[in-house]
Design a protein around this ligand. Structure first.
Ligand SMILES: *[C@@H]1O[C@H](CO)[C@@H](O)[C@H](O)[C@H]1NC(C)=O
Ligand SMILES: *[C@@H]1O[C@H](CO)[C@@H](O)[C@H](O)[C@H]1NC(C)=O
Ligand SMILES: *[C@@H]1O[C@H](CO)[C@@H](O)[C@H](O)[C@H]1NC(C)=O
Length: 348
């Protein structure tokens, strides 16, 4: 894919000289090895993420997350963000937490076959490209160079909606993700949809703006819950403030637990802070178990996401009086209430 390398030496802080390359599509990248990602980028944009923040984006993020969690700092349970969930799909999709991922593995298999990347590089590149299609997302980093996975991960490593906060924080700590990063990663629920928890309303979102990577999840999970949007309660589901919107027990508890409530509240209405914290945490997650010293920084291949244009708000009918406040020391930003009656949130 590299037609000609034009060597433009850039002096980086006076220490090292790196050579930028112009790829055959005319784009300049910091490292020539990154040029090979452009054909994959184009294929993903044309054939998987052909509309912004679509269902394949959500499913690929889901797949990448389950792959990343297959790791422990104590070793022995999996190679982390190595693509093993694809390489060893016949084993890993028999785990109860992964059975719903058979579909997305089917979607990505032909794309993987058309290119020459390890399953891990493919998956974590696709996750970064996917999230970048969501308006409001930060531009994720991407490091290239994951070796092909050598073994499947074990079952039981992915936190779920009915786990305790203690169990969730412990599992993330075991992949080197701290509580602040856990809270930031939950920004992904701002573009997520529920297919597991409430079977009556498949595709129900967790906030009122599932097509936008915004802070509404942090605001709306703090609103007092009053109803079950489907047909009564389900495992991992708690009372929601709005019809059509599912609230996960784990989100509810993390927003209210003394270890995480202030971290959560700091992200309410603060798009810039959410973006920078999510970007850092997502970068860490995308390289769990990997030797980053041997990888090449190809972040400059990831497209720059569209900005979020709507300011953060309270949904129709809600004000700060409806917030359940578990961190009085953090001030809630002033948010206006959308006009009109409380909505029924559409499925994504
Ligand atoms: C695929 O990539 C590997 C190393 O990344 C390389 O050795 C091999 O020649 C490539 N195959 C093709 C068909 O390009
Ligand atoms: C959630 O994960 C825990 C720990 O792996 C497991 O015991 C439990 O069965 C899971 N619950 C659901 C609903 O999947
Ligand atoms: C809703 O719950 C009731 C009582 O559990 C049950 O009889 C009914 O079949 C459920 N409806 C749907 C659509 O699941």
């Amino acid at each position: 894919m590299l037609m000609k390398i034009k060597t433009l030496p850039f002096l980086l802080a006076g220490f090292s000289t790196v050579f930028a390359a112009i790829c055959s599509n005319g784009k300049t990248v910091g490292n020539a090895a990154c040029c090979q990602l452009f054909p994959l980028l184009a294929d993903l944009q044309e054939n998987l993420f052909d509309s912004p923040c679509n269902e394949p984006v959500r499913e690929v993020l889901h797949l990448a997350f389950h792959d990343a969690m297959g790791f422990s700092i104590r070793g022995g349970v999996g190679g982390g963000s190595d693509g093993s969930i694809i390489t060893f799909a016949s084993i890993e999709t028999t785990f109860p937490e992964n059975t719903a991922l058979v579909g997305v593995i089917g979607w990505v298999t032909p794309l993987i076959a058309r290119h020459n990347f390890s399953d891990g590089d493919f998956l974590h590149f696709a996750a970064a490209v996917g999230i970048a299609t969501c308006p409001g997302a930060p531009r994720p980093n991407f490091l290239l160079g994951r070796p092909q996975a050598r073994a499947p991960a074990e079952s039981g490593l992915v936190p779920n909606a009915s786990d305790s906060v203690t169990a969730i924080l412990a599992r993330f700590a075991d992949v080197n993700i701290n509580p602040s990063e856990v809270v930031a990663l939950l920004a992904a629920h701002s573009v997520a949809a529920d297919y597991d928890t409430d079977p009556v309303i498949p595709g129900a979102p967790f906030d009122t703006t599932p097509g936008i990577f915004d802070t509404q999840i942090f605001t709306e999970v703090l609103l007092r819950g009053v109803l079950f949007p489907g047909n009564g309660s389900n495992v991992g589901e708690v009372l929601s403030p709005l019809r059509g919107e599912v609230r996960l027990q784990s989100d509810f508890e993390i927003a209210r637990d003394s270890r995480t409530a202030c971290l959560w509240k700091e992200l309410v209405g603060n798009q810039a802070r959410m973006q920078s914290q999510f970007k850092a945490a997502f970068s860490s997650l995308s390289v769990t178990g990997q030797n980053t010293a041997a990888m090449v920084d190809c972040s400059d291949v990831i497209p720059i996401p569209a900005p979020v244009t709507v300011p953060p708000f309270f949904p129709q009918g809600f004000t700060s009086a409806d917030i359940e406040d578990f961190c009085p020391s953090v001030q809630l930003p002033p948010l206006s209430t959308l006009p009109g009656p409380a909505p029924i949130v559409d499925s994504a």
